[in-house]
Design a protein. Sequence first.
Length: 248
Amino acid sequence: MTATPAWPPQSAPRLHVETQLGDGVVVPVDGNPAHYLISVMRVKPDDIVLLFDGRSGEWAARARDIRKRDLMLECVSQTKPPEHVPDFWLCCAPIRKGRIDLIAEKACELGVARLQPVLTRRAVVDKLNLDRLHAHLVEAAEQCGRTALPELGSMMKLDALLAGWSADRHLFFADETGGEPLEQSLHKHPGPAAFLIGPEGGFDPAEAEAIRATPGAVPVSLGPRILRAETAAIAATAAWMTINGDWK
Ligand code: SAH
């Protein structure tokens, strides 16, 4: 008895598109995504490509009108409903290029709803290339099977973030000088959350005081060792996903 082929094909490429997807919607593709499909993935007419637009779930689309540099993809069936994204924000100070890219990629894979860069006094980096970070989010979402990208905030100064903080979102403050044990604190504070991670030089005392004074702030320890900012961001997100996220 031959096994029925898996649907959608396991090898089907996945692509994030801006076009609102739906039954019969035809998506024109050109530029790098077309090069990837035509020249790298060697997509042929009627091959399936999986598409997601961030709001309509995932759709299987058939390739057609394939030319040298562009093609069309016609949506034929929805393969995943819009995902429920865990209500978790990762707020982190900008750190060196390769490392902030790592945080963006891992935050997306881990299911984060929003990545919010926060400018702090000891940050060694004071500007970010949001287009490059967005590209990392897209690539990570295409790889990990997400149907929605994390939101990517523009850089905010710490005092502006704190001034506008809504107390109904727990602000877990990763304080390397000490805080509540993480597991106990996460169990104690379920619901919408954010983690705030400092830069390579940490938070200065005045910043730490301002964060602790913010309604909704919960200082937490990430253990006895001093973690690099990217390690702290990834570890904290994984811990939250385990206890309050969708790693059930
Ligand atoms: N100033 C620190 C380094 C900062 S580490 C030093 O003593 O060298 C970068 C950020 O990661 C910190 O600001 C904090 O948000 C987080 N972090 C690192 N280790 C941590 C720990 N053990 N507990 C809580 N947060 C930690």
